[in-house]
Design a protein around this ligand. Structure first.
Ligand code: DMJ
Length: 579
């Protein structure tokens, strides 16, 4: 290029730079490509425009590199910070991005929501009816939801709500119940007595211990039978037990931890002695199989009757308490260890089966020792078993039990995972290879429900087994096992399972006032499936276990606390506490 041409190109007099013909030809050819066009524009700019453009490009480049660096180096949720707390009603879909803290806060918000609905519409009554915004007193009117929720509020650091509850409960006169109402002994021990004991152990508010003792005392007449086996109901106003000829295993054998703790805290051994007598009687009783106890007990004779054996309704927590009393005793009371190990060995031998359709899926069925029949029914209630096995495996060094615990937790999770709502049904029936069907499917016609109902009713006569029940009543057992499995194995998969379950609960059961039991886990009809019931164990157990799942593992550690069957954490006895 000659000097004149160069001068022309830079001429300030010209608005359009003039380009010599010689130079134009190759540039015109280049302009057919993007690079060419850019180069053309670049040469058309004056020096200061080129400088500004370079500077802008440099800044953009640095910003881009910075973003790439942060994407690679920072956690997934970086761009969402600062994050507001997720409302309890969360969106559908896969979500593995929330941190433990966000998940814990979401569970805490759910607790706050349930409590505030209860506070607004049902305060002091037994239960909130979360759809009609009314209340009931179906447990005698002591305010069981309030008592059951106290330690959950404390654990979640909802102290204002805890204090509201304490202020009320210290005014309740537990020597009275709704006139004509017969108070269920076991339910009020595991919910009310235990709830007051743990609220006391946490807050050290002496008024709570006084109230716990009052509840323990008004229920003690239950033990006044000729054998010492408790009656199932007490007439609190009359101060006597209600006469009955039989009681079920779980009701008689799941009051021991609570009365033992009451003895420890009051210094009065009579409570523990009365409860321990039941264990001694049943330990000596004849059983159809070593370690397996039929679910009915004759109150007069103290003998086990019937042949029905289950780790589900009416049997479940009896087995749980063998292990938990052993743990509570600081692993010193060997009777419980022996009884627990006998039970688990026989359960594994006679009641655990593997699905014929999915070889990863194991379950615990029911047994009728008289008819020598196995029922392939797996109850939601039985989903406490994997948590128990994992805890027992750690406590008693039984590694095989942990393997089974993982397999059963998988099945319990699948009971949720395979439904239309992601909620778990009351029970499922496993079918044999002639009759396909395993878990509830989206299509009712996949298997013959009439057949199932018939098969069930031939196995029992007490009317308990009603065939196929698809409801989810906000039960805790799967969340409980998932929390324990996470704490014992450290496998984060369990946190994802728990979060999935929590999201399903939020999505389908949350009402404007609380959370409601859901009639059919296969139906996505939402509100029309709400059955207007919120059991106190949802606040005492389900939300507590989920909260602990997302908390550090030393928060209410399994080494320091043993949870009663209603998830009330009792401090384990230290050697100096033992008499
Ligand atoms: C709770 O009241 C207790 O866990 C009890 O042992 C049986 N199940 C309910 C909740 O499902």
């Amino acid at each position: 290029m000659d000097k004149d041409a160069e001068a022309n190109r830079r001429s300030p007099a010209s608005s359009e730079p003039t380009i010599p013909l010689d130079d134009q030809q190759p540039l015109l050819r280049d302009e057919q490509t993007l690079r060419g066009r850019l180069r053309t524009n670049w040469y058309r700019m004056d020096r200061s425009s080129r400088l500004t453009t370079s500077l802008v490009m440099l800044i953009l480049g640095v910003a881009l590199l910075g973003r790439i660096f942060i994407e690679l180096a920072c956690p997934d949720d970086y761009w969402h910070k600062p994050h507001v707390t997720i409302p309890p009603q969360v969106d559908e879909g896969n979500d593995t991005k929330h941190s433990d803290k966000e998940r814990r806060d979401a569970v805490r918000d759910a607790m706050r929501h349930a409590w505030s609905g209860y506070h607004k519409y049902a305060f002091g009554h037994d239960e909130l009816l979360p759809v009609s915004n009314k209340s009931n007193d179906k447990w005698g009117g002591w305010g069981v939801t309030l008592i059951d929720a106290l330690d959950t509020l404390y654990i979640m650091e909802l102290y204002a709500e805890f204090n509201q509850g304490v202020a009320h409960v210290t005014e309740v006169d537990f020597s009275k119940a709704t006139p004509g109402y017969n108070t269920p002994f076991f339910e009020m021990v595991i919910r009310s007595l235990a709830g007051l004991l743990t609220a006391y152990e946490m807050s050290l508010d002496k008024r709570l211990l006084e109230k716990a003792q009052q509840v323990g005392d008004v229920l003690m007449p239950a033990f006044n039978s000729s054998s010492g086996i408790p009656y199932p109901r007490v007439d609190v106003n009359a101060g006597t037990a209600v006469h009955a000829s039989s009681v079920c295993l779980a009701e008689a054998g799941t009051v021991q931890l609570e009365y033992w703790k009451l003895s420890d805290l009051t210094g009065n051994p009579a409570y523990h002695q009365a409860a321990q007598r039941v264990v001694d009687i049943l330990d000596k009783d004849e059983k159809p199989y070593k370690g397996l106890y039929p679910i009915w007990i004759d109150i007069n004779s103290g003998k086990l009757t019937s042949g029905q054996i289950t780790f589900g309704a009416q049997g479940d927590s009896w087995y749980e308490y063998m292990l938990k009393q052993y743990i509570y005793s600081g692993r010193t009371h060997d009777q419980y260890r022996r009884m627990y190990e006998e039970s688990i060995d026989s359960m594994k031998q006679k009641m655990v089966k593997r699905s014929e359709f999915d070889d990863q899926m194991y379950y615990v069925g029911d047994l009728d020792s008289t008819a020598k029949k196995f029922s392939p029914k797996f109850q939601h209630l039985t989903c406490f078993v994997p948590g128990m096995l994992a805890l027992g495996s750690k406590t008693l060094n039984r590694p095989d039990d942990l393997v089974l615990a993982k397999q059963l937790t998988y099945t319990c999770f699948q009971m949720y995972n395979q439904t239309a709502t992601g909620l778990g049904p009351e029970y499922v029936l496993f079918r044999d290879s002639n009759n396909r069907g395993l878990l509830p499917t989206n299509h009712k016609d996949d298997f013959d429900i009439q057949d199932l109902a018939k098969a069930d009713s031939t196995e029992t006569s007490d009317g308990y087994y009603l065939g196929y029940d698809r409801s989810y009543i906000l039960r805790p057992e799967t969340a409980e096992s998932i929390m324990i499995l996470y704490r014992i194995t450290g496998d984060v998969m369990y946190k994802e399972w728990g979060w999935q379950i929590f999201r399903a609960i939020s999505k389908w059961t949350q009402t404007p006032a609380g959370f409601s039991a859901y009639r059919d886990v296969m139906s996505t009809k939402h509100e029309s499936e709400w059955s207007d019931s919120m059991e106190s164990f949802f606040l005492a157990e389900t939300l507590k276990y989920l909260y602990l799942l997302f908390s550090p593992t030393d928060y209410y550690s399994l080494d320091e606390y043993v949870f009663n069957t209603e998830a009330h954490p009792f401090k384990i006895q230290r050697s100096q506490d033992r008499s």
